[in-house]
Write a protein that binds this ligand. Structure first.
Ligand code: NAP
Length: 513
């Protein structure tokens, strides 16, 4: 059986003890273990700071971008192998696996392009010179330099490839070394990626370390120049926020957590229209893609009260047509949940939703091996703030249709009952409705997608996170922000205000962009 190792201090090493198991969620067969007990994580972080940091900082943005391009190409070259591992360890269908792996190589390539566009600079100027007194000679400027710590990346189980790559792309381009820790239960894909990068020597020594196994002790050696980018559940995030690394030592923390994402159907959308089809396709896809285990998946679909019946019927037809099973069989449309714990949480969550909404299809348990749950649709007849539909993220194949009165104000008010989301989508051709919805929804969301007839043919699903747009959301979603092109780099950089003689500042900052 495979024993996953960690790549720390420049060598592969395994922790003590039996470690945590990795299983195939379709068959419940064990695949391997990962153990981190006893690994010297303080030494690993020091190694990354001392070796990886200077090596990356000595490179220009264009050179760092070239490193990212190499990583992107390597992932692409190993695509089929990685898809196979994602099917085995993640319960992914081939399509689910491609979404994760191609998302990883695409994000690395997008940041490689950004690096190329920044050329020979090593640090970034932030804005233009500002005149500080009557005389134009005294000026102020802002400078962004790479912090001298490590970027520790802790990822959720659902996107082992993309999670590693999207975080690493940003930190490495900023010039900061990375220690990446995937969720243990689905670590096989991330571990293989780390091996490929290390075996092919695609990065300078110390630029990318990898931890396989539990997180014990990982935060203890974080200092004021270090940063932790965390993706996972809000209960874990709450524990992390209270750690002395952040509360006392001032390490930076970015949290990407749960989200009860909304899709809102406008009152103008008619049966048979392209926009209705887009809405139905997006909701049905988000229930089934990765068995609903996507942080950006639509959990609540708001529909004008008079159209609920027809929308529910259409969604029921789509969801009942999906074949659930082992994704090793290519005819499978939806695989299992990733772990036994996940399956337990989802079944409990569905029972809680059923207290607040009526089950239309799905739910329940399947006999035999594997962590399968059927695509599930509910309809809420009396939505209320505080009910499970608006407070409980069921991280599986489930969505609830919620009626509203057809005004943007009420849709937005009900959307806000979710406490802050990663992404919301609005489907309408009524520009006034869309404009009002955007202004009301924006304070509660990190990203909004607008589906209208003009873009229906080329629309990107709301669940797809794009490297040049920010990813993150307020409140329940963690309050963090990742990606967004160059915006993402700021988390790993220090912004310093400089005051002095304008010509001097221009000479110092001048080489930066
Ligand atoms: P999780 O149980 O919170 O675990 C997430 C990660 O945190 C894992 O790598 C886990 O390691 C690690 N971890 C656990 N306890 C820790 C601690 N005390 N200190 C440091 N790290 C710790 O979440 P999950 O079950 O993997 O993922 C599901 C959740 O993630 C869902 O709620 C989903 O909404 C959220 N999510 C959010 C986004 C986003 O971008 N906003 C994306 C994906 C998922 P071990 O696996 O070794 O325990």
């Amino acid at each position: 059986m495979l024993e996953l190792e960690s790549h720390l201090c420049g060598r592969w090493q395994r922790g003590a003890g039996r470690g945590e198991p990795l299983v195939n969620p379709s068959t419940e067969e064990p695949l391997g273990t990962a153990a981190s007990e006893g690994l010297d994580l303080a030494a690993a972080l020091a190694w990354a700071r001392d070796r990886g940091g200077p090596a990356l900082r000595s490179l220009t943005f264009a050179e760092r971008g070239e490193l990212l391009r190499g990583l992107s190409r390597a992932l692409h070259a190993h695509r089929d192998e990685l898809i196979g591992l994602a099917i085995q360890n993640g319960g992914n269908t081939r399509g689910d696996a491609k979404f994760d792996i191609d998302g990883a190589s695409g994000t690395l390539a997008a940041y490689a392009d950004l690096g190329a566009s920044l050329g020979a600079a090593r640090v970034l100027a932030d804005g233009e010179a500002l005149q500080l007194s009557r005389s134009p000679r005294l000026a102020g400027r802002h400078l962004l330099t790479p912090r001298r710590g490590v970027a520790v990346h802790v990822n959720a189980f659902n996107f082992p490839a993309w999670g590693l790559a999207e975080k690493a792309a940003v930190a490495l381009l900023a010039g900061v070394p990375v220690l990446s820790k995937p969720a243990t239960s689905t670590a096989l894909v991330a571990w293989r990626i780390a091996r490929i990068f290390a075996d092919e020597k695609l990065l300078p020594e110390g630029a990318l370390s990898f931890l396989a196994g539990g997180p014990a002790g990982l935060l203890d050696a974080l200092g004021p120049q270090d940063a932790l980018a965390f993706t996972g559940g809000s209960a874990t995030a709450a524990k992390i926020r209270a750690h002395p690394a952040f509360v006392e030592r001032g390490a930076r923390l970015n949290v990407e957590a749960d989200s009860l994402n909304v899709a809102i159907l406008g009152p103008d959308v008619e049966e048979g229209s392209e926009v209705l089809d887009l809405f139905l396709a997006d909701v049905a896809r988000d229930v089934t893609q990765k068995a609903g285990q996507k942080c950006t998946a639509i959990r609540r679909a708001y529909v004008p009260a008079g159209k609920v019946e027809v929308v529910v019927e259409r969604l029921r037809e789509r969801l009942q047509a999906v074949r659930v099973g082992d994704p090793a069989d290519e005819s499978t449309g939806m695989g299992p949940l990733a772990t036994a714990r996940q399956a337990g949480d989802v079944r409990e969550g569905l029972a809680a939703l059923a207290q607040a909404a009526k089950l239309v299809t799905g739910g329940g348990r399947r006999e035999g091996k594997g962590y399968f749950v059927a695509p599930t649709l509910l309809v809420s007849e009396r939505p209320a703030p505080g009910d499970a539909v608006h407070t409980r993220e069921v991280f599986g194949p489930a969505a609830t249709v919620v009626p509203y009165d057809g005004t943007a104000a009420q849709a937005a008010e009900r959307a806000a009952w979710g406490g802050g989301g990663l992404v919301g989508s609005v489907y309408s051709d009524d520009r006034a409705f869309l404009a009002e919805a955007v202004l009301e929804l924006a304070p509660h969301h990190g990203r909004l997608t607008l589906g209208s007839a003009k873009v229906a043919a080329q629309a990107l699903p709301p669940g797809m996170v794009l490297p040049l747009l920010v990813h993150g959301g307020p409140g329940r979603a963690g309050g963090g922000e990742e990606l967004g092109g160059l915006r993402g780099l700021a988390f790993y950089q220090q912004r310093t205000a400089l005051q002095g003689d304008r010509a001097l500042l221009d000479a110092i900052v001048g080489k930066a962009r």
